[in-house]
Design a protein around this ligand. Structure first.
Ligand code: FAD
Length: 396
């Protein structure tokens, strides 16, 4: 049993706040918020609520489990001592959620000889860092990472756990959730706090991207999500921030692992990862033929950028899927995004509209891409793009 506020019914009259003998209720953004960590289920608020906004939710026998879990934990992913940018983005979002919930934001980082990276996480918003620094963790390994992150969660009991929906996050975070017996919402594109119950509101595309689902995990703890890179904004780095570093001691204990790394082979199909690029030049169906992608590549080369593509171009077999931008491709947010012969379907726009500057080249003045573009060039791409390349090269 627990209490829940139906936000739509709440008139913010404040009677429930006055009625609570334990000060478990407060007003947040014009809606009553019940802290289930303080609430004793005395039910004094129920009869005073005139609009039926506070209700008892039954059948949640494990609510007592939820009470001992507080705070937010971000899995900070690193490789070769370089933090994945999604981890910094999650610290930014985690900071916002922790301030909303008035709780601690912590991070867990695994690796070998990575002590100095803990300060970096504090500078980007963490109040506390769990540092698992051990030679056994020098390379990513599903079994080892699952074991260590599982132990940290069991011991420190965060209410919310966030990780990047990267290859590493997608690989081991579901195992951690399964071992904890809790739920996991994979590949989220939005996170917030449900005003009534203080639960994590997890948003992700569902049914092939045709609807956006909002998912709650009301019973089990922690509430766990993996989040797509580039959909959240990191906060400014602040070297003055203070935080606590807690070493996770593994000593000489051998962590059982069923796999070992033999070699690392880099993906050679794309020279620049589009999610890390500052400049992206993308081509669409308007190119008319795969061989015309060389125009896009030439412009990207001249600008020192990466090549992106619409799904129509990928589906036509003109370029590999790893270049696809959009709902079922990658989400990108470069400083400059140039869309060539791309109409601007909503599924493409969701993957690139948070770019700083968008330039669109399209022969149709009514193309939707112009609605999000900072600069639009209406014209034939086969005339415009060679001219652009020529001008850029002249100025180099
Ligand atoms: P078109 O829509 O055909 O546009 C081509 C454009 O080129 C037109 O605007 C035309 O005016 C212009 N053009 C033609 N010739 C020239 C020329 N010579 N000079 C200048 N301009 C010219 N799409 C994605 O991109 N990414 C996704 O991740 C994605 N996921 C999807 C998921 C779902 C569930 C669904 C249903 C669809 C998804 N799509 C996605 C597909 C999306 O709906 C569009 O079909 C696709 O983005 C269209 O690609 P396009 O803009 O290249 O082609």
């Amino acid at each position: 049993m627990h209490l829940k506020v139906i936000a739509d019914n709440c008139t913010a009259c404040g009677l429930c706040v006055e009625s609570c003998p334990y000060s478990a209720i407060e007003m947040r953004k014009d809606t009553a918020f019940i802290s289930m960590e303080i609430c004793t289920l005395c039910r004094a608020c129920l009869p005073v609520c005139q609009t039926g906004a506070i209700i008892e939710v039954s059948g949640l026998t494990e609510v007592s489990q939820t009470l001992s879990y507080t705070g937010i934990l971000v899995f900070a992913e690193q490789r070769n001592k370089k933090l994945a940018s999604v981890s910094l983005e999650l610290l930014g979002k985690g900071r916002e959620l922790a301030d909303d919930l008035n709780c601690m934001l912590s991070a867990v980082i695994l690796g070998n000889d990575i002590k100095e990276m803990a300060d970096e996480l504090i500078a980007y918003g963490a109040d506390r860092v769990y540092l698992a620094d051990n030679p056994q963790l020098s390379d990513f390994n599903d079994d080892a990472y699952t074991e260590v992150v599982f132990r940290v969660i069991q011991r420190y009991k965060p209410g919310i756990v966030l990780a990047g929906a990267t290859s590493i996050g997608r690989s081991f975070i579901p195992r951690v959730a399964a071992r904890l017996g809790t739920g996991l919402t994979a590949d989220c594109t939005g996170l917030g706090i449900d005003k009534g119950a203080g639960l994590l509101l997890q948003t992700r595309p569902a049914f092939g991207g045709n609807i956006m689902a909002e998912i709650l995990c009301p019973v089990r703890r922690p509430q766990m999500s993996t989040v797509r890179p580039k959909v959240m904004k990191r906060i400014e780095k602040n070297r003055q921030r203070q935080g606590e570093i807690i070493p996770i001691i593994i000593d000489n204990e051998k962590i059982p692992c069923r796999a070992r790394m033999l070699d690392f082979v880099a993906d050679l199909t794309s020279t620049i990862n589009i999610q890390e690029a500052d400049v992206i030049v993308s081509g669409g169906r308007g190119l008319g033929d795969g061989k015309n992608f060389k125009l896009v590549e030439e412009l990207a080369d001249a600008l020192g950028g990466a090549v992106g593509a619409s799904r129509a171009a990928v589906d036509s077999g003109w370029i590999a899927y790893s270049h696809q931008v959009g709902q079922t491709g990658k989400t990108v947010a470069p400083k400059l995004y140039i869309a060539i012969g791309i109409s601007g379907a909503v599924q493409h726009l969701v993957g690139m509209q948070s770019s700083d500057i968008i330039v669109a080249i399209n022969k149709n003045p009514d193309a939707s891409i112009f609605n999000v573009a900072n600069y639009g060039i209406v014209g034939d791409l086969f005339e415009v793009v060679p001219l652009l390349i020529k001008k850029i090269k002249e100025n180099q």
